[in-house]
Ligand binder design. Structure first.
Ligand SMILES: CC(C)(COP(=O)(O)OP(=O)(O)OC[C@H]1O[C@@H](n2cnc3c(N)ncnc32)[C@H](O)[C@@H]1OP(=O)(O)O)[C@@H](O)C(=O)NCCC(=O)NCCS
Length: 176
């Protein structure tokens, strides 16, 4: 049974939802915010493979309908997201922090991050949780403001480069 933290107060028109954006919205949010684009096949397993996530939608506040208004302009759009890959016991990795450029600098990234951290606090097993992330430059101030510190000198984030994937694919293609 999960404890859902109280949703944050957001600017008018914005609503935070627990869960994950649709595959289409996920792919759009990543690409439009400048993160590396992902395919729909890569996005499909996210709800099953993640521990928790949330996203924010925007519905324009009541608009004066004019002849120039289009249904497109009145639609609800997904504008922000973030999620946690974790075990629910102690280990949590925050990923996919993204806000559409035209909705940035309104506190949405901060609201998503605070909500994810509150969810960990409310639902983690007894004992100290370990929460980490890889911080791209646009997010660093946001993370620092919310208490994240450089893992160095104790730990250094490491990853396999893309060349590793290419090499692996080449190996898989060698006939037996
Ligand atoms: C990183 C990212 C998620 C932050 O989202 P955001 O919604 O702009 O974040 P916030 O609005 O909470 O904070 C951003 C800035 O806006 C400021 N801000 C917040 N509300 C504001 C308001 N109402 N008016 C003016 N400024 C405001 C914050 O103080 C902050 O300022 P600072 O960067 O100078 O400290 C977003 O920039 C993004 O999607 N970047 C591209 C993708 C990316 O790199 N993601 C990180 C991956 S690790």
């Amino acid at each position: 049974m999960s404890n859902n933290p109280t949703p944050p107060i957001l600017p008018e028109g914005y609503t935070l939802h627990p869960g994950f954006p649709s595959i289409t919205n996920y792919c759009h949010l990543r690409a439009a915010s400048g993160l590396t684009p992902k395919t729909e096949a890569q996005a499909a397993p996210i709800p099953k493979g993640s521990w928790y996530g949330c996203f924010i939608t925007f519905s324009p506040p009541a608009v004066i309908i004019t002849e120039a208004s289009t249904p497109e302009a009145e639609k609800t759009v997904t504008v922000a997201m973030g999620r946690i890959i974790g075990d629910g016991g102690w280990y949590y990795h925050i990923v996919d922090m993204a806000v559409l450029p035209e909705h940035q600098r309104k506190g949405l990234g901060d609201a998503v991050l605070k909500h994810l951290l509150a969810y960990i606090q409310a639902n983690s097993a007894e004992g100290l949780p370990y929460v980490n992330l890889f911080a791209d430059p646009p997010g660093r101030k946001l993370y620092e403001r919310n208490g994240f510190v450089d893992a160095l000198p104790g730990q250094l984030g490491m990853k396999l480069p893309r060349t590793w994937v290419v090499k692996r694919e080449a190996v898989e293609e060698i006939p037996e």
